[in-house]
Every structure is written in C-alpha cells, then in structure tokens.
Ligand binder design. Structure first.
Ligand SMILES: Nc1ncnc2c1ncn2[C@@H]1O[C@H](COP(=O)(O)OP(=O)(O)O)[C@@H](O)[C@H]1O
Ligand SMILES: Cc1ncc(COP(=O)(O)O)c(C=O)c1O
Ligand SMILES: [Mg+2]
Length: 290
C-alpha cells in the first residue's frame, strides 16, 4: 500500500472563516495528505474584513515546534513544507531554517513558498518587512513558488504588457532557484474579461490554463491558499506538475461554484468537499512558449 504523504503547513489560522491554513488544511486532508498545521498567526478572521483580533506566533516558536517533532523521531517523515501568510520577517527566517533542517533529514522533501504579500489594491495586510523577506530570501530556497500577478509584479519590479510578458517574468523567477513557478492569477493588458487564467512554468516547459471567471459581490479570500495547498498535495500524491496544475484548477473552481451558489463570502469548503476530491469539471493546460 502506498504511504500517505506528510506535509508541514506553516501559514495563518483564522478562527472564523477561511484563509491560510484555515483554507488549505481540510482540502489537503480531503485529497489524501497528512497535514501538520503550524499557525504563524491566530486571528479572529482574515484581514480583508479590515479589523481582527489575535496574535502573531513568536518566531522562536517555529524552531521549537520543529525540534519537538524531531525529538519524537518524526521530522524525517516530512515530505514537504508549505509556507504562506507570515506575521513577521523573523518568522520567515525561522521557516527557512526549518526547511533546511528537514531537507537535511529527507533530501527529497519539497518546499513550496506562497509569497503572500500585502497590496493596497487587494486589502490583504502584510508587514512590509515580510514582502522584502519574500523577495530577497525565500524565493531562493523554494522548490515551488506560487505568486499571484501582484506578487509576480513585485518580484519583477514592473507590470506585464502581455501574456508573453507574464511568461517572461515567471521564467525569470526560475533563475532564482525554484523548479517551478505557478502564477495563480494572471492579469495583463488584453486579457479576455470572462476568463480566470493561470501559468505553470518549469525548466521543461510552460503551460497556460483558463477557467471561467465567476461573478461575486465581494471577492472570496483564501483562494490562493487553497490553490497552493492543493497543488502541493497532488504533487506529493504522485501527480506530474501539469496534472497537479489541472487538478488544482478544477477543484478550486468547484469550491468557487459552491460558494457562488450559496451566496457566501467565505469559501464553502465543507459543502464542496466531494467536489474537491473528485472535480466534475476539467480544464486543460495548454503548452505555451516564447
Ligand atoms: N474563477 C474565478 N472567478 C472569479 N474570481 C475568482 C476565480 N478564481 C479566483 N478568483 C478570485 O480571484 C482572486 C485571486 O486572488 P489573487 O489575488 O490573484 O491571489 P490570492 O488569492 O493568492 O491573493 C481572488 O480574489 C479570488 O477570490
Ligand atoms: C490571515 C490571512 N491569511 C492569508 C490570506 C491570503 O489569502 P489569499 O489566499 O486570498 O491570498 C489573507 C488575505 O487577506 C489573510 O488575511
Ligand atoms: Mg494569496
């Protein structure tokens, strides 16, 4: 029998609703991965409500928790680390130390960095030092980097002029170290208004995927966290990068359809759980080149 993969997920927890680990843990479990959630912050709700209560985890807690897992002899069983929303740059540095420790015990372990950055256009609030840390330090350690368009623009230091420009910007990121860059949400001049587009860029090739853009009175939050989590989970379960990309697009779309049908602001993950595990829709990733 195939072993169930283990994934250490280091990102935010919200008590109410879904963002960070609160958006990704259950779907990753539902597709068949053992998740070890380590919460960088515990907030009452996500920051796009404009107000929240709660605290950032002290950065020294991250190595302490990782060492606790090492002390019971389990750290070498970790197959992957995912990092997302960070409360401080010191937390980010502690995560990189943890990733290095895990990779020393299990050289096959993968690190996916979702570089969650604050942006005035989005209302997602992240300290500036965190964005700087992600740009300068985290990208170099990551096997997979999953920026959205605004984050890709920050890495490139400019906005794209076309789809092929987005591709060039994502390819340039590969040179910093990652094996693959998944752009979770493309936006460029000339993009068709009725589509939601993503890119997967690897050393072996690049793929573009389009799914329908759904209308929401308020854009749901946590979609990016769900996307990165499911992508990594499916890679751990043995999918090729392209298959994981296609599965992720389909499963996330199913969640959004359920959320739209319920007229809910928060993602309807529990109601959509069977659709996450067995998406009924399918979107094909098509090769794209410069
Ligand atoms: N098919 C879709 N239709 C409409 N909106 C979508 C769809 N897929 C994702 N979204 C929205 O698009 C945005 C994608 O988020 P983005 O800022 O690019 O990445 P992240 O979620 O990581 O911040 C979110 O607001 C999400 O709710
Ligand atoms: C606490 C927290 N975690 C994570 C996120 C990231 O969510 P998304 O996946 O939409 O980027 C947000 C966005 O506001 C947030 O407030
Ligand atoms: Mg995000």
């Amino acid at each position: 029998m195939k072993r169930t993969p283990h994934l250490l997920a280091i990102q935010s927890h919200v008590v109410f609703g879904h963002a960070g680990n609160s958006a990704a843990v259950f779907p990753m479990q539902r597709v068949g991965v053992n998740v070890w959630p380590l919460n960088t912050v515990q907030f009452s709700n996500h920051t796009q409500y404009g107000q929240w209560a709660g605290e950032v985890l002290a950065p020294q807690q991250i190595p302490a928790l990782v060492e606790g897992i090492a002390a019971i002899g389990e750290l070498g069983n970790c197959d992957a680390v995912l990092s997302g929303y960070l409360g401080s740059a010191d937390q980010g540095r502690a995560i990189l130390t943890g990733v290095a420790r895990i990779k020393a015990m299990n050289p096959k372990a993968l690190y996916l960095c979702d570089p969650v950055m604050g942006h005035p256009e989005k209302g997602c609030i992240v300290p500036q030092e965190v964005s700087d840390f992600l740009l300068d330090e985290a990208a170099a350690m990551a096997d997979f980097l999953c920026p959205n368009q605004l984050e890709l623009d920050s890495f490139a230091g400019r906005k794209p002029q076309s789809l092929f420009d987005c591709l060039a910007m994502a390819k340039a990121l590969l040179a910093r170290g990652p094996k693959a860059v998944l752009v979770k949400h493309l936006d460029y001049p000339g993009k068709l208004p009725d589509g939601f587009e993503m890119l997967l860029v690897t050393a072996d090739g690049s793929w573009h995927l389009r799914r329908p853009l759904l209308a929401f009175p308020r854009q749901p939050v946590g979609v990016g966290d769900l996307t990165s989590g499911l992508f990594l989970a499916r890679v751990l379960l043995g999918d090729s990068l392209v298959a994981a990309f296609e599965f992720t697009a389909a499963a996330v779309h199913e969640v959004l359809l359920e959320t739209q049908a319920c007229a809910s602001y928060e993602l309807e993950l529990v109601r959509a759980q069977d659709r996450i595990a067995h998406p009924r829709v399918r979107f094909e990733a098509t090769p794209i080149g410069l």
